[in-house]
Design a protein around this ligand. Structure first.
Ligand SMILES: [Zn+2]
Length: 92
């Protein structure tokens, strides 16, 4: 679906409606320094196999992770009410 790249919504920091730029968060690699990730890597590295049963996904689509940036205070916040779509595109 096509979605507008700019939205006029409220900024939680200024508490004023402003036209904010919208961006989609890309998937990044997991950091290896956190405790859980170090534990996971140590388990996977040996002969012990996978630490937990692999979950097969039931849902076919994922929710879009969107951030809004306020031009006044230059702060970002998460757009909480999002939706599930297969294809997502920002309208220019
Ligand atoms: Zn603001």
């Amino acid at each position: 679906m096509k979605f507008p790249a700019q939205l006029r919504t409220i900024c939680p920091h200024c508490r004023v409606h402003t036209t904010q730029k919208l961006s989609v968060v890309k998937k990044r690699e997991r950091g290896t320094l956190s405790g859980g990730q170090r534990r996971y890597l140590s388990v996977v590295s040996g002969y012990r196999g996978f630490p937990r049963p692999k979950v097969t996904p039931v849902k076919q689509t994922k929710k879009v992770d969107m951030r809004l940036k306020c031009p006044q205070c230059k702060k970002m916040h998460v757009k909480t009410r999002t939706f599930r779509v297969k294809k997502f595109e920002l309208k220019r």
